[in-house]
Design a protein around this ligand. Structure first.
Ligand SMILES: *Cc1c(COP(=O)(O)O)cnc(C)c1O
Length: 481
């Protein structure tokens, strides 16, 4: 078996695999949420070398069942409550299937006009759903793009900010150029690790990042401390380049005070990037739009449809208010990419809006999701998700042995036993050890805190009750041990 797969073979195996995925979803609840295998447990079952002769895909399904599935943590499981969700959906998977089948590489408009134009349209639809300011729209000075991740979005915002603040010198001379200026990036102590990573990749090093303290209760950036730090850096001859404000921090969904931070950025001519990777999806519901107060100050904004919006990883939506600053920072044009459409200036080449050259047709899965659910269906999913978190929060609040560590705003509940860290660690260990549920943790003011994040479209009220019952049972055990 060495030839190409015929269309008849593709059809047959393809149908089997679609059935296999549907069966997986139908029976996902019977599996332990968290994989129990030891390191090497998957690689040890695979051949040491690639097959010399292709053997078709005869034993494929058996291997998927026997080798791959036991080595998975089931992110779509209704009792997966860890990290933030990375949910997917039927329409998203089918969009990705079509994208894979088309095998399009959409680096330039001309390499597949539909790939670019569908992306421009779907990202505009998202901007409307979130009610983003006019200047982020393509018919104004800005525009949106699909990145692979919020980490990439933060990185390109950092590069655009460096380019703007240096008047293009950063692009030309790099950091070590004439002037040799010392650029600085600001984010709260609660900001995502991708901010520090972006500072390093951009050549500023971790030293170039200022971690601004947060309020003790709300865990939101202290705007006064930000202002003071900026003044201090300026006095020392350094150049503030970027502030990253987080809406919905990864640890506890804390919200930085955007209006205050925005005013500071405006006064000082600093690029403001808003990282709403998880929380932004909720802004499709008018009742959660409060989080966008002050967004008119933002130079760029990002949220991940791949977290709460039923679009499979990877799909991060990024908008910039002045697209020319981004394109100037990232555009390098070799002769072999020159073409008439690009020269005309009337089209978008998204290669200039991201780090790699090549790009997948990600807009398809987003388009499928938006068409399938409609705004109404997506809002319903957000409201159901947040409603389930509220249900859990109420259960926690009703049991005096427990406390909520922060005020819940969206689908994440941060809670703990009113006991020392060791007992909380033991509680987390027990609830995760029988495969019935999976929660992760964080630390808030030195207190070990359990995180329960709702997100799988399969999660129902009964799963929330069930995990709470088990937490109560384990709490009794742990407290009496
Ligand atoms: C999840 C998250 C990120 C990282 O998202 P990726 O798409 O995995 O890079 C960044 N910022 C915040 C606030 C997040 O919650």
């Amino acid at each position: 078996m060495t030839g190409h797969m015929t269309s008849a073979e593709f059809r047959k195996i393809g149908h089997e695999l679609v059935d296999w995925v549907a069966d997986y979803w139908d029976t996902i609840e019977e599996r332990p949420v968290l994989s129990a295998i030891e390191p090497g447990g998957v690689s040890g079952l695979l051949p040491k070398s690639p097959p010399e002769k292709g053997d078709g895909l005869g034993s494929l399904v058996a291997d998927l069942d026997g080798i791959i599935l036991p080595g998975l943590t089931h992110w779509q499981h209704p009792s997966f409550f860890g990290y933030f969700p990375a949910n997917t959906s039927g329409p998203s998977v089918l969009g990705d299937l079509v994208s894979a089948g088309l095998g399009v590489q959409g680096m330039l408009w001309t390499t597949s006009p539909a790939c670019t134009e569908l992306e421009t349209v779907t990202i505009e639809w998202l901007a409307q759903l979130l009610d983003l300011p006019e200047r982020f729209r393509a018919n104004s000075t800005g525009g949106g793009v699909i990145e692979d991740s919020a980490s990439s979005s933060t990185l390109i915002a950092t590069l655009a900010a460096l380019n703007r603040v240096s008047g293009g010198a950063w692009c030309r001379d790099g950091l070590g150029g004439p002037g040799g200026l010392d650029y600085v990036v600001y984010a709260s102590t609660q900001a995502h690790s991708s901010v520090e990573k972006a500072a390093r990749i951009a050549g500023l090093g971790s030293r170039g990042l200022r971690s601004i303290p947060v309020g003790a209760v709300d865990l939101a950036m202290d705007a006064e401390r930000l202002s003071a730090r900026i003044a201090e850096d300026k006095a020392a001859g350094r150049v503030p380049a970027l502030v990253v404000a987080t809406l919905g921090t990864t640890s506890t969904t804390a919200f930085d005070p955007l209006p205050e931070i925005g005013r500071i950025c405006e006064e000082n001519g600093i690029w403001l990037h808003v990282d709403a990777a998880y929380a932004g999806a909720a802004a499709i519901c008018p009742e959660f739009r409060w989080m966008h107060e002050g967004i008119e100050y933002a130079d760029s904004y990002c949220f991940n449809p791949h977290k709460l919006l039923l679009t499979g990883f990877d799909c991060s939506a990024f908008w910039v208010a002045d697209r020319s600053s981004l394109i100037q920072a990232l555009s390098v044009l070799p002769e072999y990419l020159r073409n008439a459409a690009s020269e005309s200036g009337s089209i978008i080449d998204y290669r200039d809006w991201q780090i790699p050259l090549g790009r997948r047709f990600r807009a398809l899965k987003l388009w499928f999701v938006l068409r399938w659910y409609g705004a109404e269906g997506l809002r319903k999913h957000i409201r159901t998700t947040i409603g389930l978190a509220e249900q859990f929060e109420n259960l926690v609040l009703a049991d005096t042995r427990f406390e909520c560590v922060t005020t819940r705003t969206l689908g994440l509940v941060c809670f703990r036993l009113r006991a020392d860290n060791e007992l909380n660690e033991e509680l987390l260990h027990r609830v995760n050890s029988d495969g019935m549920a999976f929660l992760t943790h964080t630390v808030v003011a030195e207190r070990l805190t359990l995180r329960l994040a709702i997100g799988s479209p399969f999660t129902e009220s009964s799963h929330v009750s069930a995990v709470w019952c088990r937490l109560q049972k384990f709490a009794t055990e742990v407290l009496s041990s």
